[in-house]
Design a protein around this ligand. Structure first.
Ligand SMILES: O=C(O)[C@H](O)[C@@H](O)[C@H](O)[C@H](O)COP(=O)(O)O
Length: 256
Protein backbone atom coordinates (compact mmCIF):
# COMPACT_ATOMS: atom_id res chain seq x y z
CA UNK A 1 0.00 0.00 0.00
CA UNK A 2 1.41 3.40 -0.90
CA UNK A 3 1.35 6.39 1.39
CA UNK A 4 -0.97 8.22 -0.98
CA UNK A 5 -4.15 9.48 0.61
CA UNK A 6 -6.85 6.77 0.63
CA UNK A 7 -10.58 7.35 0.92
CA UNK A 8 -12.64 4.56 2.47
CA UNK A 9 -16.37 5.16 2.00
CA UNK A 10 -19.10 3.74 4.22
CA UNK A 11 -22.88 3.90 3.73
CA UNK A 12 -23.62 5.97 6.83
CA UNK A 13 -22.27 7.39 10.11
CA UNK A 14 -23.05 4.25 12.10
CA UNK A 15 -21.23 1.85 9.77
CA UNK A 16 -18.39 4.36 9.51
CA UNK A 17 -17.91 4.46 13.28
CA UNK A 18 -18.05 0.69 13.69
CA UNK A 19 -15.65 0.10 10.80
CA UNK A 20 -13.12 2.58 12.16
CA UNK A 21 -13.42 1.00 15.61
CA UNK A 22 -12.79 -2.49 14.23
CA UNK A 23 -9.79 -1.31 12.22
CA UNK A 24 -8.42 0.55 15.22
CA UNK A 25 -8.54 -2.51 17.45
CA UNK A 26 -6.88 -4.68 14.80
CA UNK A 27 -4.17 -2.10 14.10
CA UNK A 28 -3.47 -1.56 17.79
CA UNK A 29 -2.93 -5.30 18.25
CA UNK A 30 -0.46 -5.27 15.34
CA UNK A 31 1.34 -2.21 16.73
CA UNK A 32 1.61 -3.68 20.23
CA UNK A 33 2.96 -6.90 18.75
CA UNK A 34 5.87 -4.86 17.39
CA UNK A 35 6.53 -2.29 20.13
CA UNK A 36 6.16 -1.98 23.90
CA UNK A 37 4.07 1.20 23.91
CA UNK A 38 1.66 2.92 21.52
CA UNK A 39 0.71 6.60 21.38
CA UNK A 40 -2.73 7.55 20.08
CA UNK A 41 -4.08 11.06 19.43
CA UNK A 42 -7.81 11.51 19.85
CA UNK A 43 -9.95 14.22 18.34
CA UNK A 44 -12.99 16.24 19.25
CA UNK A 45 -16.07 16.65 17.14
CA UNK A 46 -19.17 14.62 16.38
CA UNK A 47 -17.41 11.51 15.07
CA UNK A 48 -15.10 11.26 18.09
CA UNK A 49 -17.73 9.98 20.47
CA UNK A 50 -19.26 7.64 17.88
CA UNK A 51 -15.94 5.94 17.13
CA UNK A 52 -14.89 5.67 20.78
CA UNK A 53 -18.29 4.27 21.80
CA UNK A 54 -17.92 1.64 19.05
CA UNK A 55 -14.50 0.69 20.40
CA UNK A 56 -15.92 0.52 23.93
CA UNK A 57 -18.76 -1.78 22.83
CA UNK A 58 -16.48 -4.16 20.93
CA UNK A 59 -15.70 -7.40 22.81
CA UNK A 60 -12.35 -7.43 20.96
CA UNK A 61 -11.19 -4.37 22.93
CA UNK A 62 -10.39 -6.66 25.86
CA UNK A 63 -7.61 -8.22 23.76
CA UNK A 64 -5.65 -4.95 23.91
CA UNK A 65 -3.25 -4.33 26.83
CA UNK A 66 -4.40 -0.76 27.40
CA UNK A 67 -1.71 -0.24 30.06
CA UNK A 68 0.69 0.06 27.11
CA UNK A 69 -1.37 2.71 25.33
CA UNK A 70 -0.95 6.48 25.80
CA UNK A 71 -3.73 8.86 24.81
CA UNK A 72 -3.26 12.47 23.69
CA UNK A 73 -5.53 14.97 21.95
CA UNK A 74 -5.02 16.98 18.78
CA UNK A 75 -6.59 20.02 20.39
CA UNK A 76 -8.60 21.09 23.39
CA UNK A 77 -10.96 23.84 24.32
CA UNK A 78 -9.81 26.39 26.89
CA UNK A 79 -12.54 25.65 29.42
CA UNK A 80 -12.46 24.32 33.00
CA UNK A 81 -11.46 20.73 33.71
CA UNK A 82 -14.49 18.45 33.71
CA UNK A 83 -16.48 20.71 31.41
CA UNK A 84 -18.59 18.77 28.90
CA UNK A 85 -17.20 21.11 26.26
CA UNK A 86 -13.78 19.50 26.61
CA UNK A 87 -12.66 16.91 24.06
CA UNK A 88 -11.27 14.76 26.88
CA UNK A 89 -14.69 14.79 28.58
CA UNK A 90 -16.20 13.11 25.49
CA UNK A 91 -13.37 10.56 25.38
CA UNK A 92 -13.71 9.75 29.09
CA UNK A 93 -17.46 9.13 28.83
CA UNK A 94 -17.22 7.23 25.53
CA UNK A 95 -14.25 4.93 26.27
CA UNK A 96 -11.49 5.93 28.68
CA UNK A 97 -13.59 5.56 31.83
CA UNK A 98 -14.09 1.89 30.86
CA UNK A 99 -10.39 1.16 30.44
CA UNK A 100 -7.98 0.31 33.23
CA UNK A 101 -5.55 3.05 32.20
CA UNK A 102 -2.71 4.34 34.39
CA UNK A 103 -3.23 8.08 34.96
CA UNK A 104 0.19 8.79 33.45
CA UNK A 105 -1.00 7.32 30.15
CA UNK A 106 -3.64 10.01 29.62
CA UNK A 107 -2.08 13.32 28.53
CA UNK A 108 -4.75 15.96 28.90
CA UNK A 109 -4.18 19.53 27.77
CA UNK A 110 -4.25 21.96 30.73
CA UNK A 111 -7.64 23.47 31.58
CA UNK A 112 -8.62 27.11 31.95
CA UNK A 113 -8.97 26.68 35.74
CA UNK A 114 -5.41 25.31 36.04
CA UNK A 115 -4.06 28.66 37.21
CA UNK A 116 -2.02 28.99 34.01
CA UNK A 117 -2.55 31.51 31.24
CA UNK A 118 -3.42 30.12 27.81
CA UNK A 119 0.10 30.84 26.59
CA UNK A 120 1.71 29.23 29.63
CA UNK A 121 -0.49 26.17 29.08
CA UNK A 122 0.79 25.84 25.51
CA UNK A 123 4.38 25.94 26.79
CA UNK A 124 3.62 23.45 29.55
CA UNK A 125 2.03 20.96 27.16
CA UNK A 126 4.89 21.31 24.69
CA UNK A 127 7.16 20.25 27.56
CA UNK A 128 5.01 17.17 28.20
CA UNK A 129 5.19 16.23 24.54
CA UNK A 130 8.98 16.60 24.61
CA UNK A 131 9.23 14.34 27.67
CA UNK A 132 7.81 11.56 25.49
CA UNK A 133 9.87 12.32 22.40
CA UNK A 134 12.34 9.62 21.38
CA UNK A 135 15.99 10.38 20.46
CA UNK A 136 15.59 14.06 21.22
CA UNK A 137 12.36 14.49 19.26
CA UNK A 138 10.06 17.24 20.54
CA UNK A 139 7.06 14.90 20.62
CA UNK A 140 6.20 11.22 20.29
CA UNK A 141 5.83 9.86 16.75
CA UNK A 142 2.20 9.08 17.33
CA UNK A 143 1.16 5.66 16.06
CA UNK A 144 -2.40 6.64 15.13
CA UNK A 145 -3.70 10.21 15.05
CA UNK A 146 -7.45 10.64 14.70
CA UNK A 147 -8.64 13.93 13.26
CA UNK A 148 -12.11 15.24 12.62
CA UNK A 149 -12.50 17.72 9.77
CA UNK A 150 -14.63 20.84 9.94
CA UNK A 151 -16.91 22.03 7.10
CA UNK A 152 -14.25 24.68 6.37
CA UNK A 153 -11.51 22.05 6.23
CA UNK A 154 -10.06 22.80 9.66
CA UNK A 155 -8.39 20.07 11.65
CA UNK A 156 -7.66 20.18 15.37
CA UNK A 157 -7.80 23.95 16.01
CA UNK A 158 -5.92 24.90 12.83
CA UNK A 159 -8.30 26.98 10.75
CA UNK A 160 -8.29 28.32 7.18
CA UNK A 161 -6.52 31.64 6.60
CA UNK A 162 -5.23 31.70 10.17
CA UNK A 163 -1.54 31.63 11.15
CA UNK A 164 -1.81 28.35 13.13
CA UNK A 165 -1.59 26.00 10.14
CA UNK A 166 1.68 27.68 9.07
CA UNK A 167 3.44 27.38 12.46
CA UNK A 168 6.48 25.07 12.31
CA UNK A 169 8.67 26.31 15.19
CA UNK A 170 6.43 25.12 17.99
CA UNK A 171 4.58 21.90 18.83
CA UNK A 172 1.63 23.51 20.62
CA UNK A 173 -0.08 26.84 20.01
CA UNK A 174 -2.61 28.96 21.83
CA UNK A 175 -5.60 29.76 19.59
CA UNK A 176 -7.77 32.87 20.13
CA UNK A 177 -10.92 34.06 18.31
CA UNK A 178 -11.51 30.57 16.99
CA UNK A 179 -14.14 30.53 14.22
CA UNK A 180 -15.55 27.46 15.97
CA UNK A 181 -16.64 28.12 19.56
CA UNK A 182 -15.32 28.27 22.17
CA UNK A 183 -12.99 31.06 21.11
CA UNK A 184 -9.88 29.99 23.04
CA UNK A 185 -8.17 26.67 22.43
CA UNK A 186 -4.88 24.77 22.47
CA UNK A 187 -3.76 22.85 19.39
CA UNK A 188 -0.96 20.63 18.19
CA UNK A 189 0.76 22.09 15.15
CA UNK A 190 1.18 20.67 11.66
CA UNK A 191 4.75 19.32 12.15
CA UNK A 192 3.72 17.36 15.25
CA UNK A 193 0.66 15.93 13.51
CA UNK A 194 2.66 15.06 10.40
CA UNK A 195 5.21 13.19 12.54
CA UNK A 196 2.44 10.65 13.14
CA UNK A 197 2.91 7.23 11.60
CA UNK A 198 -0.77 7.11 10.61
CA UNK A 199 -3.29 9.90 10.16
CA UNK A 200 -6.90 8.71 10.33
CA UNK A 201 -9.40 11.36 9.34
CA UNK A 202 -12.96 10.49 10.29
CA UNK A 203 -15.74 12.59 8.80
CA UNK A 204 -19.39 12.25 7.96
CA UNK A 205 -22.11 14.44 6.51
CA UNK A 206 -22.72 16.41 3.34
CA UNK A 207 -21.34 19.56 4.95
CA UNK A 208 -17.84 18.03 4.76
CA UNK A 209 -17.98 17.11 1.05
CA UNK A 210 -16.65 20.42 -0.23
CA UNK A 211 -13.64 20.58 2.10
CA UNK A 212 -12.73 16.97 1.38
CA UNK A 213 -13.11 17.42 -2.38
CA UNK A 214 -10.94 20.56 -2.31
CA UNK A 215 -8.26 18.93 -0.19
CA UNK A 216 -8.00 15.93 -2.51
CA UNK A 217 -8.05 18.16 -5.57
CA UNK A 218 -4.92 20.00 -4.47
CA UNK A 219 -6.19 23.04 -2.54
CA UNK A 220 -3.61 24.70 -0.31
CA UNK A 221 -3.34 24.08 3.43
CA UNK A 222 -4.10 27.73 3.97
CA UNK A 223 -7.46 27.30 2.19
CA UNK A 224 -8.25 23.89 3.71
CA UNK A 225 -5.85 22.95 6.53
CA UNK A 226 -6.70 19.26 6.14
CA UNK A 227 -4.73 19.43 2.87
CA UNK A 228 -1.55 20.03 4.86
CA UNK A 229 -1.78 16.93 7.01
CA UNK A 230 -0.24 13.60 6.03
CA UNK A 231 1.05 10.66 8.00
CA UNK A 232 4.57 9.29 7.58
CA UNK A 233 3.26 5.85 6.64
CA UNK A 234 -0.50 6.09 6.06
CA UNK A 235 -3.12 8.77 5.50
CA UNK A 236 -6.69 7.48 5.37
CA UNK A 237 -9.97 9.34 5.10
CA UNK A 238 -12.72 7.28 6.70
CA UNK A 239 -15.91 8.86 5.42
CA UNK A 240 -19.58 8.22 4.87
CA UNK A 241 -21.11 8.49 1.40
CA UNK A 242 -22.45 12.01 2.05
CA UNK A 243 -18.99 13.35 2.85
CA UNK A 244 -17.56 11.55 -0.22
CA UNK A 245 -19.90 13.31 -2.67
CA UNK A 246 -17.12 15.45 -4.21
CA UNK A 247 -14.28 12.93 -4.02
CA UNK A 248 -12.93 11.86 -7.43
CA UNK A 249 -14.13 8.27 -8.06
CA UNK A 250 -10.58 7.15 -8.78
CA UNK A 251 -9.60 7.82 -5.16
CA UNK A 252 -12.50 5.92 -3.62
CA UNK A 253 -12.28 2.45 -2.07
CA UNK A 254 -15.67 1.22 -0.92
CA UNK A 255 -15.45 -0.47 2.44
CA UNK A 256 -18.70 -2.39 1.94
O1 LIG B 1 -12.19 20.75 19.25
C1 LIG B 1 -12.81 20.50 18.21
O2 LIG B 1 -13.86 21.07 17.91
C2 LIG B 1 -12.33 19.42 17.27
O3 LIG B 1 -11.11 18.94 17.54
C3 LIG B 1 -12.48 19.87 15.86
O4 LIG B 1 -11.27 19.95 15.15
C4 LIG B 1 -13.40 18.86 15.21
O5 LIG B 1 -12.72 17.62 15.05
C5 LIG B 1 -13.89 19.34 13.87
O6 LIG B 1 -14.47 20.62 14.07
C6 LIG B 1 -14.93 18.38 13.30
O7 LIG B 1 -16.02 18.37 14.17
P1 LIG B 1 -17.41 17.73 13.67
O8 LIG B 1 -17.09 16.32 13.27
O9 LIG B 1 -18.31 17.82 14.86
O10 LIG B 1 -17.86 18.59 12.51
Amino acid sequence: MTNERRVLVHPDKGSLASSVAARFITKMLDILDDQPVAHVVLTGGSMAGAVLESIASSPARTSIDWSRVHFWWGDERWVPAGSDERNDWIADRSLLDDLDLPDENVHRFPASDSGMTLDDAAVAFAAELAEHGVDGADAPAFDITFLGVGPDGHIASLFPHRSGIQVTDRTVIAVRNSPKPPPERLSLTRPVLNASQRIWFVLSGADKASALGLALAGASRDEVPVAGIKGRRRTVFFVDSDAAAEVPEVLIARDY
